[in-house]
Write a protein that binds this ligand. Structure first.
Ligand SMILES: *Cc1c(COP(=O)(O)O)cnc(C)c1O
Length: 410
């Protein structure tokens, strides 16, 4: 098999199943039997890959991790209970008290809160920096910087950062680049080609295939930057480029205990089989919707980096072939107009998820950012008429009919 879509469909078949099951079974078992006392010893000391306990490893998760490595071409893949579990495990493995990370202020809400509140309380500082200003990024980095972290594109601003330039900048100082690839997925944005050291994403979105379950993943690429992190120095001497993953897997992943349930791993394995099909269709739908809304007299502005007119289109072309995810920023005259529009929609759901099979819409200023001051919202490019539309898998003509009918009510 040469092509990714075929590999994602066939790779999920069970390996060595006595019944030749075409799907990996759901191994709902907390622990596993050892053939001998010696086998138990080997499972614990790393001498074998045998399964021992499902907080540490499980055959259904192993199948999902194997498939995610096929998707990302990563050295290592680890699946966890949620996208937030994946992110928190990464930064708790990389950082100790006194360390800092460089990131943007445009972040998924809980990621921002994890940085600004949780890590802060353990003495780890997040430096919220303008990642479009390379001088500012350079100035923010110092000898205690353990990662440069970003999302691409940001949600809901839809900013594309210049990942190759930022990767080079961090690389000069041996600082690992960590990317949250939830919005584009590895299918549209291949992290490995852009010098990303650690990729994280929420499986809950595109991977799960219709918001069936919550999950997250960590993908690790070959890197020698771990040698420059005092916390990982010893691991580096022992494991070289695998140092980060070994430390993560042996310590933080087990101790924090945010393991993915086998049933959820199975749902995500099933979702993965149709990932390319769904993403392709949603990209077509999203571009059609963005182009349509752009020309609608009741719409003040449309933001979608897949549109030729968008300021981030050149970067979207470079990084993800001009396909820039399922999110469209739709700006109406004011909040009242955007509420009339939302409430008149019949098929498009009012919901907070995205990359779902169903189209959804949300007013970020009144929901995700409800407790931000007007000034903070302005700085985050969250205007009062801004709506975030997540385009789904439906027949695109139905989406356009629903949007047009609701726009008549504005
Ligand atoms: C949803 C999301 C997360 C968090 O994932 P959960 O699975 O909900 O924990 C992190 N980053 C981005 C960009 C997301 O969209």
């Amino acid at each position: 098999m040469q092509y990714l879509s075929s590999k994602l469909i066939h790779g999920s078949a069970a390996e060595g199943d006595p019944h030749r099951s075409l799907k990996t079974p759901i191994y709902e078992s907390a622990s596993f039997d050892f053939a001998s006392a010696e086998a138990a010893e080997q499972a614990f000391n790393g001498g074998s890959e045998a399964f021992a306990y499902s907080r540490i490893s499980n055959p259904t998760l192993a199948a999902l991790q194997r498939q995610l490595k096929v998707l990302s071409q990563a050295d290592h893949a680890l699946c966890l209970a949620s996208g937030m579990a994946a992110l928190s495990n990464v930064f708790l493995t990389l950082c100790s008290a006194g360390d800092n990370i460089i990131t943007s202020r445009y972040l998924f809400g809980n990621t921002w809160s994890f940085f600004a509140k949780t890590l802060q309380s353990y003495g780890i500082e997040a430096r919220f920096t303008d990642l479009e200003d390379f001088n500012a990024v350079d100035e923010a980095m110092d000898e205690n910087t353990r990662a440069l972290f970003l999302e691409v594109p940001t949600n809901p601003q839809l900013i594309y950062f210049d990942v190759p330039a930022l990767s080079a900048l961090a690389g000069e100082r041996n600082i690992p680049l960590v990317v949250d690839n939830t919005v584009l997925t590895p299918y549209l944005f291949p992290c490995k080609q852009y010098g990303v050291d650690i990729e994280v994403y929420s499986n809950t979105k595109f991977i799960s295939g219709g918001a069936t379950s919550v999950g997250g993943s960590i993908l690790v690429y070959p890197s020698h930057k771990w040698a420059h992190n005092p916390k990982l120095e010893k691991d580096y001497q022992l494991f070289g480029k695998d140092a980060f993953f070994k430390r993560l897997y042996k310590e933080h992943y087990r101790n924090l205990g945010a393991c993915l349930a086998p049933h959820n791993a199975w749902l995500q394995l099933l979702g993965l089989e149709t990932l390319t099909l769904r993403v392709d269709r949603i990209m077509d739908n999203t571009l059609t919707v963005a182009e349509h809304l752009q020309n609608h007299p009741k719409v003040k502005a449309v933001r979608y980096p897949g549109l030729k007119e968008d300021p981030y289109h050149p970067l979207a072309l470079q990084l993800s072939g001009g396909k820039s995810g399922c999110l469209v920023g739709v700006e109406l005259e004011n909040k009242a107009a955007s509420y009339r529009f939302m409430n008149a929609l019949q098929m498009v759901r009012r919901g907070t998820n995205f990359c779902d099979n169903k189209s959804m819409i949300l007013h970020p200023g009144a929901t995700i950012y409800w407790d931000y001051s007007e000034e903070e919202k302005k700085a985050m490019h969250i205007s009062e008429g801004l709506l975030r539309l997540s385009v789904g898998l439906e027949e695109v003509k139905d989406i356009l009919i629903d949007l047009d009918r609701a726009l008549e009510q504005v």
